[in-house]
Design a protein around this ligand. Structure first.
Ligand SMILES: Cc1cc2nc3c(=O)[nH]c(=O)nc-3n(C[C@H](O)[C@H](O)[C@H](O)COP(=O)(O)O)c2cc1C
Length: 195
């Protein structure tokens, strides 16, 4: 099994949290985005949408908006992940997408029951396709948590993300600038095979 390229890519993929400024070639980006279209979707509905933002000014504006939104968010009712994100947003050097050269936003219709599942399987395709091109990725959840935030949604609407969509997640994408390989441990005892 050691020479199986797909398995190797699956095992090598990890969340990358530091990126080079090197741009992602347009043909590579397109191929990675197309990989999302080949993911399964509930009843073949194919309602997910993938918006790739490369423009550095737009990404910086979005970062400032996300920082402001988290800083202003009342603590009450936030889960542990959201509280951590809020705390993190107070840092002067805050950047929710780790200054990756590309942010791919996955959205889907709010009323569609498989919205999250469809986007999640497509994002994994994106992660694995990126890995196959030697690119790093990371799931970015801040826009999901701010999916109902008025100013954030107005900004995303200007990028063409439909107002009836929920933001399900996003992917930072770019060439890794990590100095060490951070691999989180896998516990194989969660797998069982019933013969
Ligand atoms: C639903 C979901 C949300 C996540 N949100 C974030 C996030 O906002 N920021 C981040 O740095 N990593 C995020 N991650 C990445 C996880 O922290 C990461 O996948 C996990 O620690 C395992 O590490 P690995 O991806 O390197 O295998 C998220 C992952 C998932 C599946």
């Amino acid at each position: 099994m050691n020479d199986n390229k797909t398995i190797t890519d699956i095992k090598n993929r990890h969340s990358t949290r530091a990126y080079k400024k090197t741009p992602v070639p347009q043909d590579v980006l397109k191929e990675i985005l197309v990989s999302a279209l080949y993911a399964p979707s509930g009843s073949n509905h194919r309602l997910s949408r993938f918006t790739a933002v490369k423009n550095p000014e737009i990404l910086q504006q979005l970062n400032q908006l996300v920082k402001k939104a988290f800083c202003e968010l009342p603590q009450e009712g936030l889960n542990a992940f959201q509280l951590a994100a809020k705390k993190h947003s107070a840092n002067a050097a805050y950047n929710f997408y780790y200054e990756a050269p590309v942010l791919i936003i996955a959205s889907n219709e709010q009323e569609y029951p498989n919205a999250m599942a469809d986007c999640a399987v497509a994002l994994e395709n994106i992660f694995l396709a990126a890995e196959s091109f030697g690119l790093g990725t990371c799931w970015i959840n801040q826009l999901r948590w701010l999916t109902d935030h008025k100013e954030v949604r107005e900004f995303l609407a200007e990028l063409g993300i439909p107002e009836n969509h929920m933001i399900c997640g996003a992917a930072a994408l770019g060439y890794s600038d990590e100095k060490t390989k951070n691999r989180s441990e896998r516990l194989y005892d969660i797998i069982s095979i019933i013969e």
